[in-house]
Design a protein around this ligand. Structure first.
Ligand code: ZN
Length: 212
């Protein structure tokens, strides 16, 4: 957090950063946060997909880091450089927050009412890709401790047929992992099932686009 690329929130935040049992630092509520509250914007450096591919190489990394967030087909937010406190919000399979895209920005919202002391978490739901085998599960192992922990930060396996979405466009042949753009995952109102885009990229997924 002492990095020159750390841009602290200018507004008082309803959480503080402390060591987390999930991983590294986590974000813990210091007051009650009501369901639906927009908590913080997820800041990152805006870069192209291609640049993200150059910067990050999953195979070369022993442990994944989760700083990329797909904003749209072309743009990725990289919180590995420019970032704010949102970067430290951990993954959980039992989330109390969600990440939504709203007009080109990503925000973390309270999915439930959060009590002081609770750790803020959202489901990264890394996109599964066709080339993934058991080793991927191992690389993206989840130890969130939730009773319903699925054991991996990868999104649950989808069983329904793929949605008709331009495949592979938002996510090119890349080895980096990033959070995926909202369209790739659940679109509001649709129980969709299907983000089977062709890609080699691990992408974190906002739940959906914010209905505007
Ligand atoms: Zn889990």
């Amino acid at each position: 957090m002492t990095s020159p690329n750390f841009i602290p929130s200018t507004k008082p935040l309803p959480f503080e950063l402390h060591p987390s049992s999930i991983q590294g630092l986590g974000a813990f509520a210091i007051r009650r946060i009501r369901k639906g509250t927009r908590i913080i914007e997820y800041l990152g450096e805006r870069i192209t997909q291609a640049e993200a591919d150059v910067r990050y190489d999953d195979e070369a990394m022993a442990r994944h880091h989760t700083f990329l967030f797909n904003l749209d087909k072309r743009t990725v937010l990289d919180a590995g450089t420019i970032h704010n406190e949102a970067r430290y919000i951990n993954h959980s399979c039992a989330p109390n927050c969600e990440a939504l895209i709203d007009k080109g920005h990503i925000y973390i919202y309270a999915l439930t009412t959060i009590e002081p002391g609770d750790e803020l978490v959202y489901d990264y739901g890394y996109e599964r890709t066709e080339d993934m085998g058991p080793d991927a599960e191992a690389l993206y192992v989840c130890r969130c401790g939730a009773p319903n922990c699925r054991g991996t930060i990868l999104a649950p396996e989808k069983k329904a047929p793929a949605r008709k979405k331009p495949a592979g466009k938002a996510v090119s042949k890349s080895k980096s992992r990033s959070k995926t753009d909202a369209g790739a995952k659940k679109v509001a109102g649709k129980k969709s099932s299907a983000d089977t885009r062709k890609s080699t990229k691990r992408t974190k997924s906002p739940s959906r686009k914010r209905a505007s």
